[in-house]
Design a protein. Sequence first.
Length: 264
Amino acid sequence: MKLKIALVALAGMTFFSVQSQTKTENKKTVKVLSFNILGGRTTKGDFNLDVLAKLIKDANPDFVAMQEVDYKVNRSKKYDLVTELGWRTKMAPIFARAMYYDGGEYGEGVLSKYSFLSTRNVPLPYIEGQEPRAAVEVVAELPSKDTIAFVGTHFAHETNEGREIQAKKINEAFSGNKYPTILVGDLNAKPGSGPINTLEEMWQATYDKDNPEPTFPSDNPRVKIDYVMFYPKNRWRVLDKKVISDTYASDHCAYLVTLELLDE
């Protein structure tokens, strides 16, 4: 009798364990990181990709959107920064050119734990005399077999007018996406500004609107200019968010957000 009770109890524990494990595995969570990497240079002016890789590995994101990314540029020792960081973090890399610069190229980078089903580089409009900008999109399949799109971008730092036309282009370019989409990047604009309001006509922001988490500068964050947003608004839920301040790695804080993909 005691043996029978023990077996029943063990079976119940095993069933509970399997159920718990299955529930965890089926949860459609996505961790995304926005990180302006300052062209691979630290705030001390040296070139240290290992410190960038460590921050990324410690955060353990599924996707990373990086801004101020050099590709075979003289100032960065002709390194392909995204590929180097991909190797160091064991993530799939892709670079998207915004402009030619200093013997190489300059633009956006994405790292992903998952392979790419498709990618595209969307040039953003810019005001003559200002830096060209771009948005890089990757489409990937999650372990849950759901397909999502992830977009990394970097808006103009010079004028609000430049950021406004870029926000409008982002809405135009991605409003027809067939997959749930996450938009991440250094937008160089404060909450409540024209460009952010334009984006939020379409995208749901993840920051606390009553008390926005400042992300810049890293040594004394005072303003929020780094963002994670998503579309459509009914397909995602924010589970967690964190501002990561490393005063050596970059002049920007990294912004880490964990999202849950919801069923239609």
